[in-house]
Design a protein around this ligand. Sequence first.
Ligand SMILES: CC(C)(COP(=O)([O-])OP(=O)([O-])OC[C@H]1O[C@@H](n2cnc3c(N)ncnc32)[C@H](O)[C@@H]1OP(=O)([O-])[O-])[C@@H](O)C(=O)NCCC(=O)NCCSC(=O)C[C@@](C)(O)CC(=O)[O-]
Length: 353
Amino acid sequence: MLRPAFRWVRRVQPGSAAGAFTSRHLNNSASTAAPDNDSAPKLPPEVTIVEVGPRDGLQNERTPISAESKIGFVNRLAAAGLRRIEAVSFVSPKWVPQMADGAAVMAGVDRPPGVRYMALVPNLKGLEGAVSAKVHEVAVFASASETFSQRNINCTIAESIERFRPACAAAASAGLPVRGYISCALGCPFEGAVPPAAVGRVAEALLAVGCAEICVADTVGAGTPLRAAAALRAAAAAGVPLLRLAAHFHDTYGQALANILTALQMGVTTVDAAAAGLGGCPYAPGATGNVATEDVVYLLEGCGVRTGVDLERLLDASDYICGALGGGRLPAAGAARALLLRRRAAAGAAAQQ
Ligand SMILES: CC(C)(COP(=O)([O-])OP(=O)([O-])OC[C@H]1O[C@@H](n2cnc3c(N)ncnc32)[C@H](O)[C@@H]1OP(=O)([O-])[O-])[C@@H](O)C(=O)NCCC(=O)NCCSC(=O)C[C@@](C)(O)CC(=O)[O-]
């Protein structure tokens, strides 16, 4: 059984901010107010959502998206209250053409106080691009699976760590904190099951090269709560403090929210999500989108956990990027889809009056 390391509970009082949130977004037949009884999940009072839509969400889109649209998306996410946004990557444009305009995107985004932009970098060259673009944080990305490492960044896990070493040193000199992703931590599209011990080894190596935060990532979105807990426990046992662990779950098998609750009950307080559930990795066949930010906000605020995100403004961002992607794009499911459809129906009805 999973034993929560932390026992934070925040109960929602009628009329509180979280209560007001639920009444605006629910039908009369349902309520997300946290039950005032001992069966309520033990959750932290607040959670940081790292918005990865502009990078992980868009990198796999086949049709080129203009820098202007990416900038409009990022600015709306910041306006919605998201305070850490993975906006771009500086990777080889031959490998991921969609992300080739990272410098132009970063040159165009608003920089409101308190908003931190992050860039994904695979090596020193990428780090140099990120520093020039004046991001606030960078992320390197290793894998717990050898095959995925080869397919995604064309080197072994050990070689990837050696590439990160100079990049992390240069980031430290530039004053940029580094996040280290562990991709395929809950399973690999090529190797299948990934042992938690592999996650622990990579976590230890990423810490050793200077990563300040370790992000356990379910790249294929096939993990379940027990597998999520085992991977997070392995990273924690390798020496990563719970408050420096982040959870990144794709939702291919519809397990992401359950996995997030598990992570939060263990004491993790940082989770990744992408507006409108965008996403997928070009080198992870079969994997679909990230857990939708709307779904995470809806769940957490409904459980009395503060996210700082304004759901209406988040929908502005999702509506905007879905429009830019064209083809009548909508989130696949969940609160993200329901809320966006409801908003569009209301706008349509208002236009007819
Ligand atoms: C790592 C490499 C570069 C190795 O690629 P390579 O071909 O082995 O390396 P190379 O050093 O021979 O470089 C090839 C070319 O790329 C250039 N290059 C080299 N580095 C850079 C750079 N930073 N920025 C711009 N250009 C770069 C380099 O200069 C050269 O250019 P050329 O001489 O041929 O004209 C390549 O494999 C790569 O860029 N891979 C990135 C793949 C990627 O972005 N995948 C998606 C992100 S990972 C992910 O989605 C998972 C995650 C993090 O989200 C977690 C989760 O969801 O679970």
